[in-house]
Design a protein around this ligand. Structure first.
Ligand code: NAD
Length: 445
């Protein structure tokens, strides 16, 4: 592929805005436009894998800037830098859904791959349908073994779980590990983690590595063993486990939720840091910790609520903000993977590459042909719009109504049809703001 050489400088990259080949399928990497989004859907080290598959790759200039990836790195990897990359592209990859003005610039029949929370993004889904775009939502990829390498929910949850533990350690004004010194012994911090899925287990592992005493609880039966395998203590509440379909958690009855809160109270009161990561697919995050429970925590305690964007596991937590409840500072996560944009982008890009690879065949010249096989459950399961129609059933019903409803009647979305949708951000609390770990002197008094 023809590209500017590093010596030509920025003008060199930008002058070449013509795709080098008419024959090869074109993949464009969009520059993210949503506030607070620092990730990018492709990284330079994987561009070569796409070109080896037989694709041409173009990147919107500045796409990697917030993930500290320079345009020059993409160009050196073989990508074209082009402000109009998406216009002629056959496939556009992004982290967040494309905005309506970008969707309207796409070629009819083009494909897009991104996160697309269909409940919260119904207007985007309609734009994609009307523009004749084939949209694949990575969060709808079935979580089967074969799709693990494409599972962006897991890869980003891993980043979030790590970040949660680091935030808790950074906000807590004491050691995580035990310190035995000539000047005396400082006890290890006690950390409680609620929810031991991908993010929770990573939060447990990271807190353990930092030397904290970690206790964790999850409603799934299998979780106790997983918690112990991380070196943490599994909290046994002597309650029924809530294993749902596919090994995921089921929703609790209000009675069980109340009993769980009551039994967890002494563990939370004794903790220096509480990290909550619980979710139930298709539902708002379960409320596991009330204000009263937080108010029983010690002075200087820290609460990190990863579920703040989807309703919160902790009553009173606010996504993107730190609020004071009783003696505790409560950090509400907002787009947490974006706070570590380098590794989050790398993992997401690998997920995207694996999905694109699944959707690729080769023509007689060995060029990659983007030919998704809709008989494959990964392809069909992740597809939201195709050929002018919404093909994801729950989304179609939410947007267009039941099959026999009049076309002009658009019923409200069914909140149980899809994973709980993040609230649209009201006030700008950027990822950078959340990087500044606050310190409330009074909380330590
Ligand atoms: P998730 O994000 O849906 O939920 C996070 C955790 O919260 C889960 O472990 C859940 O059991 C827990 N939880 C829900 N309600 C709770 C409550 N009231 N109290 C305490 N905890 C509660 O989960 P996840 O990270 O997607 O993972 C769920 C399971 O699926 C894990 O066992 C994971 O290893 C597995 N998984 C499998 C695949 C695959 O096979 N491809 C992919 C991803 C995850």
């Amino acid at each position: 592929m023809e590209n500017a050489t590093p010596g030509e400088g920025r003008e060199g990259w930008e002058r070449r805005r013509i795709w080098p080949s008419f024959k090869r399928v074109k993949i464009a990497v969009a520059k993210e436009t949503r506030e607070g989004e620092s990730r990018v859907a492709m990284v330079p080290e994987l561009v070569g894998k796409l070109t080896a598959l037989g694709y041409d790759v173009a990147v919107e200039p500045g796409a990697g800037r917030h993930a500290l990836i320079a345009d020059e790195e993409f160009a050196e990897a073989g990508a074209l830098l082009d402000p109009d990359a998406v216009v002629e592209a056959d496939v556009v990859v992004s982290v967040q859904p494309l905005d309506p003005s970008t969707i309207r610039r796409l070629r009819r029949g083009a494909s897009v791959i991104s996160f697309l929370p269909t409940n919260a993004e119904q207007a985007t889904v309609v734009e994609l349908r009307d523009a004749g775009i084939t949209a694949h939502a990575v969060e709808l990829i079935p979580r089967i073994s074969r799709a693990q390498s494409m599972d962006a929910l897991s890869s980003q949850a891993l980043v979030s779980g790590y970040r949660c533990a680091i935030v808790a350690a950074g906000m807590l004004r004491r050691f995580f590990p035990l310190n035995m010194t000539a000047a005396g012994t400082v006890k290890a911090a006690e950390v409680v983690v609620l929810g031991a899925g991908v993010a929770g287990l990573q939060a447990i592992a990271t807190s353990k590595r930092l030397g904290a005493i970690v206790r964790a609880y999850d409603v799934r039966a299998a979780a106790a063993e997983e918690i112990r395998s991380m070196g943490a203590k599994s909290i046994d509440l002597d309650l029924d486990t809530l294993e749902g379909a596919g090994g995921y958690a089921r929703e609790m009855t209000e009675d069980r939720a109340a009993r769980q809160r009551e039994l967890l109270t002494p563990f939370i009161a004794a903790a220096d840091a509480l990290i909550t990561t619980a979710a139930v697919p298709g539902r708002q995050a379960p409320m596991l910790v009330t204000r009263e429970m937080v108010e029983q925590m010690k002075p200087g305690s820290v609460v990190v609520d990863l579920a703040a964007e989807t309703g919160g596991n902790v009553e009173g937590s606010v996504a993107g903000e730190v609020v004071r409840i009783g003696n505790a500072q409560v950090w509400g996560g907002r787009n947490v993977p974006s706070q570590m944009p380098g590794p989050a982008s790398k993992l997401y890009a690998q997920n995207v590459l694996n999905l694109v690879t699944l959707m690729t065949t080769r023509d007689e010249d060995g060029n990659g042909v983007f030919a998704p096989d809709f008989a494959d459950e990964i392809v069909s399961g992740s597809c939201v719009t195709h050929d002018g129609a919404i093909v994801h059933e729950a989304t179609r019903e939410a947007v267009e109504g039941p099959p026999d409803a009049p076309a002009d009647v658009l019923p409200a979305a069914d909140p149980s049809a899809e994973p709980a949708a993040p609230e649209a951000p009201t006030e700008a609390a950027t990822a950078d703001e959340q990087l500044d770990l606050p310190y409330d002197q009074e909380a330590d008094q």
